[in-house]
Write a protein that binds this ligand. Structure first.
Ligand code: NDP
Length: 381
């Protein structure tokens, strides 16, 4: 409105009380671009974002997934699915989601009529993953499903077939495959940093308080699918192999009402084709333990803790010398969501597709058979 340095402009600013309080005067001209910092970086133009529907507004969705959306470059929440409309309305308001984009489990299929939704994130109890993934891909949406993929091998196979038939992408939410520490561990172990890999020990234990979906057999809870799966998945991603045989024992105390339906603790071993032997334990009845150690002919790599959302610590010990890898921590959920958005928007294949979830569930089925029968069990192909 006022060209710089014209009396009218200064009069106007002085009247507004600005001239005295700012550095602006005729003696301090605005710096032309060639007098400004030469290395000031222009921001990249914003990239297209995929629209996400989050299904099941429980602890994980509310405390981790939705907050992580603020860190996403390619993903934004645009719809919610919940059995509790009042909660969903509050969440929608907090995340600037159109209240008309709140769905129930009954009208979930009408997501097909919402073009703003590209991806559905299933954050429901494990027993509901198969049904809501299948309905989601049939509604024409791509699906990211939480771990464990489903309650049985047959359910996982059905989900993969449904996604293929609908020509939609299916990814399983293995967040550790989208963060730097576990990715570095894979690179080091497979790259021979500790010599030939011989064995892995892994532990993922916590105290799980009732009530909790994890303690319900009907909702497909239990320590192996909930926390043991991190040990199992780590053994698979560190070796790059599929286990051929498992053994397992479980403990289900009679004097703790939490464990009427699922075991408290399960210990299992995995035999890999290269000869690597993995020893893992998981529990819902101990203080926290979330770590693994890969032992090679020339040293060992340790991630302790390995599985939480923050504070991962990676060390390698060779000939009694310990080196720590200091890496920049990244939000696991933002990493996995942006990866899947990229797959959807740019036509790429996800790093952890349905087949990855199925491979874990095959081993989980064998582990259950092993602790129930007390026998070594071959993993089905
Ligand atoms: P919660 O029990 O906190 O939340 C589950 C939500 O599912 C509920 O809040 C509810 O949402 C909805 N729901 C629908 N039907 C039922 C039912 N019959 N019983 C209970 N809840 C129901 O579970 P979490 O958020 O901890 O876990 C959800 C999923 O995420 C699980 O598959 C779990 O394995 C996975 N997970 C993954 C983690 C990771 O790091 N990748 C970490 C934690 C969990 P509403 O009220 O909106 O209907």
């Amino acid at each position: 409105m006022f060209p710089p340095d014209q009396p009218d402009r200064r009069t106007f600013l002085a009247a507004a009380g600005w001239l005295a309080s700012t550095a602006m005067s005729k003696d301090v001209p605005l710096a032309p671009p060639d007098k400004q910092s030469a290395d000031a970086k222009m921001p990249d133009p914003p990239q297209k974002k995929a629209g996400w529907a989050v299904v099941g507004l429980g602890k994980l969705a509310l405390e981790e997934i939705l907050p992580a959306c603020a860190l996403c470059k390619r993903s934004k929440p645009v719809a919610l699915v919940s059995g509790h409309p009042d909660k969903a309305k509050k969440v929608a308001a907090a995340y600037d989601i159109d209240p008309k984009a709140i769905y129930t489990y009954e009208n979930y299929d009408t997501l097909k009529d919402n073009p703003a939704v590209d991806v559905i994130y299933i954050v429901l109890p494990n027993s509901m993953h198969a049904e809501f993934t299948t309905r989601g891909v049939k509604a024409g949406k791509h699906v990211l499903c939480e771990k464990p993929m489903a309650a049985s091998v047959a359910e996982c196979e059905g989900m993969i077939a449904a996604a293929k038939a609908a020509k939609r992408k299916l990814m399983i939410a293995y967040r550790l495959r989208y963060e730097p520490f576990n990715m570095k561990a894979i690179e080091l172990v497979r790259g021979g940093e500790i010599g030939k890999l011989k064995s892995i020990t892994a532990s993922h234990c916590q105290n799980t308080e009732a009530p909790n979906i994890r303690l319900s057999r009907e909702l497909a809870g239990g320590p192996v699918g909930d926390v043991g799966i991190y040990c199992l998945n780590a053994c698979r991603y560190l070796t790059g192999e599929e286990p051929t045989e498992v053994t397992a024992i479980a403990h289900q105390p009679k004097d703790d009402s939490r464990f009427k339906e699922v075991p408290e603790s399960v210990a299992f071993t995995l035999r890999f084709p290269s000869g690597v032997i993995a020893t893992c334990d998981c529990s819902f009845g101990t203080d926290e333990s979330r770590r693994y150690r890969a032992l090679g002919a020339d040293g060992f790599l340790q991630l302790d803790p390995a599985f939480p959302y923050h504070g991962l610590r990676l060390t390698v010990q060779k000939s009694a010398k310990i080196s720590e890898y200091k890496l920049e921590e990244k939000n696991h959920f933002a990493g996995e969501m942006d990866h899947f958005s990229e797959c959807v928007l740019d036509g790429k294949d996800p790093r952890t597709p349905g087949e990855e979830g199925l491979a874990d569930v095959r081993v989980i089925a064998a582990i259950e058979e092993a602790w129930k029968t007390g026998k070594a069990v071959a993993v089905s192909k």
